[in-house]
Design a protein around this ligand. Structure first.
Ligand code: NAD
Length: 355
């Protein structure tokens, strides 16, 4: 009997519902055409509307709710009339940390038919970014004192633990090892951050001993931005902290063509908890409701989800259809095209029909 996968669909805010609905159409079409598995999406209404109705972004039992699923497909969170730290901590960071989704994997590639804006990368970009997703600068450690006073003070403590560094380094070295170039850049800032980032470098060096076939090097985050622009072909896999990779992955997406094609996986590599897949982009207030959001980042996130739950062949077929559609010039405005979201969905479904 063919397996049925239960997926939590959390569209969230802004263009989230647009790209998640586009992706569900495409994945359901794929499952129906291939006939090898069933996929069952359950809608979960967490997000700003839910917050305004209930006073919180997620339900009290959100972790147990998610644990009933094989994986989650998430859109975006953030609304113009709610402070961003409330929405992000209310939904996404309320899930990533407690579920220990500690590896945030962000592949970046220039799609066929799309243009890489770098003249240093005429062949386009193909990188794998690994972001530590559980601590660092986003640990939530810190506070505010003397609120409202002239001498008001606030701290944001970047916390690094040996356990968390070790597990993300192992994951990053394994990822680099699985790619043809077997090359890893460990992004750091240990010149000015002389405690946490020095432990980061030290553990990277210790873990590297178990991966003699992976060539690795250390790079300061500021110098890394220059290298991404000036020598993109010298890069393959990159690992960095929560903050560093949050920033570098948006830069990488822009350099590859558009943030509208950048996917991400929030993985619990121990598989004790369901992993959550989502586009890198946010709610995109400026294009919400216009029907022109690029759904490719969420398609690719869903393909990564299919790989994770064991449907590698289906994932490859989905990406092949998406690439054919891009190569044929069916592109949303962020990639210089004139197609709308539904136009891309229909073109991809038409390709799936030909499989
Ligand atoms: N993972 C998340 O849920 C997440 C990530 C980033 C930002 N946010 C939130 O989203 C809100 C807006 O943030 P922002 O403006 O900094 O970033 P953003 O990613 O929402 O938008 C940045 C720019 O990229 C464009 N863009 C993004 N996705 C696109 C797509 N699929 N197709 C075409 N164009 C696309 C937008 O139109 C905008 O011009 C904020 O509330 C922020 O906190 C959420």
């Amino acid at each position: 009997m063919s397996p049925t996968y239960r997926i939590a669909s959390i569209p969230g805010d802004g263009i989230g519902p647009e790209v998640v609905s586009a992706t569900i159409q495409v994945v359901e079409k794929l499952a129906q055409k291939l006939g090898k598995f069933q996929i069952d999406f359950t809608h979960i209404p967490w997000g700003t509307k839910y917050y305004k109705e209930t006073g919180q972004y997620v339900s009290d039992d959100c972790l147990d709710t998610l644990r009933k699923f094989d994986a989650g497909l998430f859109g975006a969170v953030g609304a113009p009339d709610v402070p961003d730290h409330i929405s992000l901590w209310g939904l996404l960071l309320a899930i990533r940390g407690p579920l220990q989704l500690y590896a945030n994997v962000r592949p970046v590639r220039t799609f066929p038919g799309t243009k890489c804006p770098l003249n240093t990368a005429t062949e386009g970009i193909d990188w794998m970014l690994v972001r530590e997703n559980s601590e660092g600068e986003y640990s939530g450690q810190g506070g505010r004192s003397h609120i409202g006073q002239e001498w008001e003070a606030a701290t944001e403590v970047a916390m690094f633990t040996r356990v968390a560094i070790k597990r993300i380094m192992r994951f990053a070295f394994e990822t680099a090892q699985s790619r043809p170039k077997k090359h890893l850049i460990v992004v750091t800032k240990s010149n000015s951050m002389r405690n946490g980032m020095v432990l980061w470098d030290q553990v990277a060096s210790e873990v590297s001993k178990d991966f003699p076939d992976v060539a690795w090097e250390k790079m300061l985050v500021d110098a890394m931005t220059v290298r991404m622009v000036a020598k993109p072909q010298s890069i393959d896999t990159i690992v960095g902290t929560n903050l560093h990779m949050d920033i570098l992955s948006d830069l990488a997406a822009g350099l590859a063509g558009s943030i509208g094609v950048a996917p991400s996986s929030n993985l619990d590599p121990t598989r004790k908890n369901p992993s959550i897949f989502e586009p890198v982009h946010g709610s995109a207030f400026d294009i919400t409701g216009k029907g022109i959001a690029n759904p490719v980042a969420t398609f690719w996130s869903a393909a990564e989800m299919l790989v994770w739950i064991g449907e590698k062949d289906a994932a490859a077929k989905l990406m092949q259809c998406v690439e054919t559609v891009c190569a044929a010039g069916v592109l949303t405005p962020d990639l210089g095209g004139t197609a709308n979201t539904q136009g891309v969905v229909e073109a991809v479904c038409a390709e799936i029909e030909k499989l």
